[in-house]
Write a protein that binds this ligand. Structure first.
Ligand SMILES: [Zn+2]
Length: 474
């Protein structure tokens, strides 16, 4: 089994290597910054980001109106108003904002080919279309391509860390393909191994041990692992034996109470819109973190996103895009949703005479989107903030474009006005993966050709029309 999986993995990697040319990514804004200026810094060279406005999101560091950031290898080694360049490649980020990369704590990346398929769906239709009709049709190659597309879209939007909630573990080869796609993209990820379509080859959850043994490359690796599971705690033991987190969707009331003794600080809860007070206390007492998918929860009927409940109970709070079948794959929409919903609810409560919580501001929102995600994933000592010793996962934002300029409030610009077009450069582990508005080393033509083939075969197997004006009927 593992030999076959290895062959598949190698074949997938070979097929995806492409020509290694620079090409604009679909959706990347090809504005004045795209393609201009010097080539990206060579891997392995020290880098000095010179003269940016640095929002560290680290409470001890604060903000720098103008500073240099020095990267060596995979880490930030210094942030100061002026650093001598020495041997470093100097990158001029004057006029730009420098922030930690966004951390997306819940996304089903295998569904990349099915983006925007279900804009009007509620949860029941999603389960039918995606999990019952499409998922059984997915081959390992389809998993690879969907995951790779989703990862590249995330990087393009400044998301440098993602938890891939990969409930397409239909066979060991499917799981290997998901892992291979994450590695291939260069994003920092936690591959959360979930069950897929039922069948004789489905080895979830026991295959987690094999996957981890073959794929885990130590603490410095960009790729970590977790188990994506349901409310039955029996499978969680497979993660616990390996010291790995468990992520579960909880969208009911009091379902956590019977499994209280199994909850711990490595739990990553998703949604939580209908949790009881007793469950909130339980999560707070056991130390797990929460991932909220605001747009999806409101569109698809999960309930009201519980930003405030998490804050009130002191539960680590983060954001996740969840399903690109019904929402965008970037984080500006997530931040604006959290900002609007929390303030709407708080001000409604105040207007009705109830005791109202404090309004969240844009600084808190950007902290949730970066540091909050790192805390929920157990990666706060590596990412989510900019500080010496942290991994160099850094996003350079250009506030000089027509949608933002002139810059009046740095956090306000990021949270209320920016979009993917403003994401100029993206570094993961000090390596430039997006440079001057373009993804680095991505052969978009080959990727699009492969994705079109993959999409067509899934649509055919699922029995859909594939017509963008009527996807499910002829
Ligand atoms: Zn989900």
């Amino acid at each position: 089994m593992s030999d076959n999986a290895g062959i598949t993995r190698r074949a997938l990697l070979a097929g995806a290597a492409g020509a290694g040319v620079l090409a604009p990514m679909a959706g990347a804004d090809v504005g004045p910054m795209a393609g201009e200026g010097p080539p990206p810094p060579s891997p392995g060279r020290a880098v000095l980001l010179r003269g940016g406005m640095v929002l560290t999101l680290d409470p001890a560091q604060g903000d720098y109106p103008r500073a240099d950031v020095r990267l060596e290898g995979s880490r930030i080694v210094d942030i100061a108003p002026r650093i001598e360049a020495g041997d470093a490649t100097v990158v001029d980020v004057g006029g730009c904002l420098v922030i930690p990369g966004f951390v997306d704590t819940h996304r089903h990346m295998w569904q990349g080919q099915l983006r925007n398929l279900l804009p009007d769906a509620v949860l029941g239709e999603y389960v039918q279309r995606i999990l019952q009709e499409a998922r059984p049709a997915y081959t390992p190659e389809d998993v690879f391509l969907g995951t790779r597309l989703s990862a590249l879209g995330a990087l393009n939007a400044g998301i440098t860390t993602v938890l891939d909630w990969s409930h397409v573990g239909t066979s060991p080869a499917h799981a290997d393909a998901g892992v291979a796609a994450l590695r291939d993209s260069g994003i920092r990820a936690i591959y959360a191994y979930g069950s897929g379509a039922p069948g004789p080859e489905n080895a979830w959850p026991g295959d987690l041990a094999r996957l981890y043994r073959e794929q885990h490359r130590g603490a410095e690796d960009r790729l970590g692992f977790a188990l994506a599971a349901g409310l039955d705690p029996a499978p969680w033991a497979h993660a616990r034996e390996l010291g790995l987190p468990v992520s579960i969707h909880v969208n009911s009331t009091d379902a956590l109470l019977p499994v209280a003794e199994h909850l711990d600080s490595q739990m990553i809860y998703v949604h939580g819109c209908r949790l009881s007070k007793a469950e909130w206390r339980l999560i707070a007492d056991t130390g797990g973190g929460l991932s909220i998918a605001g747009p999806i929860e409101m569109q698809m009927g999960h309930g009201i996103p519980p930003y405030q409940q998490a804050i009130d109970h002191g539960v680590a709070l983060s954001l996740g895009n969840d399903v690109e079948t019904s929402t965008s794959g970037e984080f500006f929409t997530q931040m604006r949703t959290a900002f609007a919903v929390q303030r709407m609810l708080a001000q409604t409560a105040a207007a009705e005479g109830a005791s109202a919580p404090a309004l969240l501001g844009v600084r808190e929102i950007l902290a949730i989107a970066t540091r909050g995600g790192a805390e929920v994933l157990g990666l706060a000592d590596a990412v989510g903030t900019l500080a010496p010793g942290q991994r160099a996962d850094i996003v350079v934002l250009d506030p000089g474009l027509l949608n933002v300029a002139p810059l009046n409030d740095a956090y306000g610009a990021v949270v209320t006005a920016m979009e993917t077009a403003n994401v100029r450069d993206v570094f993961v582990d000090g390596q430039a993966l997006k440079w001057r508005g373009r993804l680095v080393g991505v052969d978009l033509g080959a990727l699009q050709t492969a994705l079109a083939r993959s999409r067509a075969s899934i649509v055919r197997a699922a029995g859909w029309s594939g017509d963008p004006l009527a996807p499910f009927s002829r």
